[in-house]
Design a binder for this molecule. Structure first.
Ligand code: LLP
Length: 399
């Protein structure tokens, strides 16, 4: 991502900023497109991962649909030229205003998350004399084996409709004249790298779709959600997620009936590796117990480490791009030596939790050094805040 020319260019720019490598983005989109097309799968991009304008333009041009979780995301999808017939709208708390907007926009489908929501969509659709397409988001109680803050498909999670409520769902669908049942929807969590999890999901979906068929419902769409993870430890050598294996699992284990469509909602895997947060060392604090690198970026620009204990690789671009890598099994990538020292890498925000990583082995660093925090293309910029009345951060692009 960073050759000498790029680093020289980035040195001239006021920090902090998000740097987007559009080639990495395009390679990832292409790999996903090719792997999914093999099976005729439809991919909706989960816009929540990143709604930067260049990113959205690129994704739209690849012909992906849009998976939205707010009225404003639906609006943005339309503005960026996504086909309304390829827009789905999920979310556990859709407001009346948002539902009305989606109805007025004639989006493809609502992913409904409760029986109460079905009644509300029916009533609002009736008032507009429209029929709303519905997929039922079902909580399959399948463990995603990911961080508990980003697990969504267990009984204790707020998302989706539990299977023991499906009798009610079926009754409601039969009674609501302005709903058109299209299919079933699942999303069990994010940053999933174990393909076994998806195999388990397929098994559950097969059972649930059989249940609907027994009740006389035609399940036209199987929407299996997103969640495919990326390699935060090796952003360069593993810049593209394993789309091949991912789609293959569904091809092997999901029972797809004639005329059924399989839909996906990928976010992170498409965009995460395309961006890095670039910051400067403001101060080096050498303490008795700890050494700190105080950066000019903090939790306001990237909250994932603070919120989910997420690992992001950190590199000092001014010192040959050397990084204080550890491998996933925690083996230090650099042994402490002459030019290497352990730092806690922290931001400027007035919160103790404003720390990107502790005890990182880094080349000895100095005020003004340029630091790259890798793999921030998903849930980086979009989760930024102006806490401490900080400036919103700009984006810089490779071309
Ligand atoms: N579909 C639904 C219904 C979702 O809720 C999500 C993500 C996705 C698709 C896309 O999931 P992905 O392919 O990106 O894993 N902020 C957290 C991740 C939250 C994910 C929320 N839902 C993080 O930084 O790890």
């Amino acid at each position: 991502m960073f050759n000498n020319q790029t680093i020289t260019r980035l040195q001239q720019i006021e920090t902090p900023f998000y740097y987007y490598d559009l080639e990495v983005l395009n390679n990832s989109l292409l790999a996903c497109k090719q792997a999914s097309s093999k099976y005729g799968y439809h991919v909706h991009y989960a816009m929540k991962a990143n709604f930067n304008n260049k990113v959205l333009n690129a994704i739209q041009q690849f012909g992906f649909g849009a998976d939205c979780v707010s009225g404003n995301e639906v609006k943005a999808a339309i503005e960026y030229g996504f086909d309304k017939n390829n827009i789905v709208f999920a979310g556990v708390g859709k407001s009346d205003k948002e539902i009305n907007l989606a109805l007025d926009t004639d989006i493809f489908c609502f992913n409904a998350e409760s029986v109460e929501e079905l009644f509300v969509i029916d009533e609002l659709a009736k008032a507009k004399n429209k029929i709303a397409n519905i997929a039922i988001r079902i909580n399959p109680n399948v463990d995603a084996h990911t961080h508990h803050f980003i697990t969504t498909g267990l009984d204790e999670n707020k998302f989706g409709i539990n299977t023991w409520q499906l009798d009610d769902v079926v009754k409601t669908l039969r009674n609501c004249s302005h709903l058109q049942f299209l299919g079933i929807h699942f999303h069990i969590g994010s940053q999933i790298t174990d393909m076994e999890v998806y195999k388990n999901l397929c098994t559950r979906i097969n059972e649930i779709q059989d249940w609907f068929a027994e009740k006389g419902f035609v399940v036209k769409i199987l929407n299996v959600g997103g969640g495919l993870g990326v390699d935060y430890y090796n952003p360069d050598t593993n810049a593209i997620s394993d789309f091949e294996s991912y789609f293959k699992v569904f091809n092997q284990f999901l029972n797809v009936r004639v005329d059924q469509e399989v839909h996906f909602e990928l976010g992170r895997a498409l965009v995460a590796q395309s961006s890095a947060l670039i910051a400067r060392v403001l101060y080096v604090k050498n303490g008795l117990k700890k050494n700190f690198l105080v950066l000019d970026a903090g939790m306001t620009e990237l909250i994932r480490p603070m919120l989910y204990q997420a690992y992001h690789q950190i590199e000092n671009l001014s010192r040959n791009g050397e990084s204080g890598n550890i491998t996933e099994d925690n083996t230090p990538g650099l042994s402490i030596g002459k030019n290497v020292i352990q730092y806690d890498i922290v931001g400027p925000i007035c919160e103790s939790t404003d720390c990107f990583r502790k005890d990182v082995e880094m080349p000895i660093s100095f005020r003004g050094d340029l630091i790259a925090i890798r793999t921030t293309g998903a849930y980086g910029e979009v989760m930024a805040s102006s806490y401490n009345l900080r400036d919103r951060v700009k984006s810089v692009y490779s071309n």
